[in-house]
Design a protein around this ligand. Structure first.
Ligand code: CTP
Length: 478
């Protein structure tokens, strides 16, 4: 037994593998563990809880027999059209499939015929690194079947399709995105032939549902260096079809010797910076989209040079349309991304001037619970290579941060509740719900944010009486 085989036996130490192997032996069918589990084991990555089994026979029948043999007899969920069955057991998702000759017919109503050998099944998988199988039958337990040299591709950090990539990608065009997602997640390179094939058939991504595409986009965004994935999406032509708002940012224009930066590559740097600081998916989306308003707002002014006036506002409106088009959530996460895009320049704009308390108070009030996220976005946005500018931005940013701390401690603005309530206003002047109450509350809020009065009851009450008088209201005797 060679070293490699021993190593692979280690992969299948969990008692579930012996158990599945024994059931397969009883049924007289071959059974293997394949795909992501084998790949991640060899990469020494945290092992996935999803385990894929392939049998040369019926996946559904094997799953049913396995379930019977397990304690508690877990439920089997079957998906007849795909010929697959799933068991949830002991924190694991066990998925069973029968080996097949044909590719996954996701768009077909015809049930998949399980008529293939292991080799047929491996041929139809997406990448060599995902096509390795380990046998679970007793007489060959732990034996690795690696017909496309997946192990050597793992060592070479290479993503390659087992068959001609044109065939593999036309079986399921989502695989083009999976190739890029694995490259970004694992920091691998895509083999040239495979990459060329993606370039030549990138428009086939149009037939894939948005939901499946977004799963891959999210995985790219959550990788350690999302610029690897987004750079490849751009290079292959996929990004232009999926998020044209981003590709519109590419390029540097020069008029009268004045240039602006390439906002596409700048954006990718910002996303990478963000990835170093936070693993919050929506903060990463905000970083990705923070400058999308710059393409439609770009102007050249003879005196000032390039301007992107109002790009934050325009960008935040574009976020909604983009999320809608990609069939993503339009709930709180989208609103949060919109808000971060809208406010993305605020901390820096403040820092360029003398940092006043009232500007900081307003920033805290408007950002609310997204203040930390906004500050993380702003620091990620500093990508200048000019050390003098870099130092200045960072210093200014620190000043704003300090000031926020100071003002927050003093004025408690974050979850702002006016010290005088609408109820009290009604009682004091003996009035019902009316426009005046709104006016008074707004006047108190403004006075606090502007620093005219402290965020305290006494001062607010006194100001309320004064402002009410201007509206012709007099307190009633209690
Ligand atoms: N697979 C495929 N084509 C696809 C999706 C999956 O050939 N479009 C095959 C691959 O062999 C893959 C296996 O099915 O390894 C399991 O797929 P999945 O669970 O989606 O991916 P994993 O490789 O396990 O990786 P991850 O969990 O990171 O998505």
């Amino acid at each position: 037994m060679n070293h490699k085989l021993l190593h692979i036996r280690e992969a299948v130490m969990h008692p579930i593998f012996t158990q599945v192997g024994e059931v397969a032996d009883d049924l007289g069918v071959e059974c293997y563990v394949v795909g992501g589990f084998v790949r991640d084991f060899l990469l020494k990555r945290p092992l996935p809880s999803d385990i894929d089994f392939v049998t040369v026979g019926s996946g559904i029948q094997l799953a049913k027999e396995v379930a019977k043999s397990l304690t508690g007899e877990p439920k089997v969920s079957t998906f007849k059209t795909y010929g697959t069955a799933m068991i949830k057991y002991d924190g694991l998702d066990l998925e069973f499939v029968g080996a097949r000759k044909e590719s996954y017919q996701r768009n077909s109503r015809n049930p998949i015929v399980e008529d293939g050998s292991l080799e047929d099944d491996q041929n139809r998988r997406d990448f060599t690194i995902n096509a390795m199988a380990i046998c679970l039958n007793k007489d060959r337990f732990g034996e690795m079947i690696d017909p496309f040299e997946g192990v050597s591709d793992l060592n070479a950090k290479c993503i390659r399709t087992p068959l001609d990539p044109d065939i593999t990608f036309s079986d399921d065009p989502l695989r083009m995105m999976r190739a890029i997602r694995f490259a970004s997640q694992l920091n691998f390179e895509i083999d040239t032939t495979t990459l060329d094939s993606i370039k030549s058939q990138c428009e086939r991504i149009d037939i894939i549902t948005k939901e499946r595409i977004v799963v891959e986009l999210n995985k790219i965004l959550l990788s350690d260096q999302p610029s690897v994935g987004f750079g490849l999406l751009k290079e292959t032509g996929l990004l232009k079809r999926l998020i044209p708002e981003l590709t519109a940012l590419e390029g540097i224009e020069e008029i009268e010797g004045k240039k602006h930066k390439d906002n596409f590559w700048h954006t990718l740097e910002v996303v990478d910076n963000m990835a170093q600081l936070s693993s919050d998916l929506w903060l990463r989306w905000a970083a990705l989209l923070h400058d999308i308003g710059k393409a439609p707002t770009k102007r050249f002014d003879k005196k000032i040079g390039w301007t992107f006036h109002g790009h934050e506002f325009v960008g935040s409106k574009m976020v909604y349309r983009l999320f809608k088009r990609l069939k993503m959530t339009l709930g709180d996460p989208m609103k949060r991304v919109q808000k971060l895009v809208l406010m993305s320049s605020r901390p820096i704009v403040i820092s360029e001037d003398y940092v006043t308390d009232s500007a900081v108070r307003r920033l805290i009030f408007d950002a609310g619970e997204d203040l930390e996220g906004l500050m993380t976005l702003c620091v990620s946005d500093i990508t200048t290579k000019n050390p003098r500018k870099q130092n200045r931005y960072k210093r200014n940013f620190e000043i704003v941060k300090e000031k926020i701390k100071e003002v927050e401690e003093r004025d408690r603005i974050r979850n702002f509740q006016p010290p005088v309530s609408g109820e009290l206003i009604m009682k004091t002047f003996d009035i019902g719900p009316s426009r005046e109450i709104g006016l008074l509350k707004e006047a108190l809020k403004e006075a606090i944010l502007e620093g005219e009065i402290p965020n305290e009851f006494e001062a607010a009450y006194e100001l309320m009486i004064k402002k009410a008088e201007q509206l012709g209201l007099k307190p009633v005797k209690q």
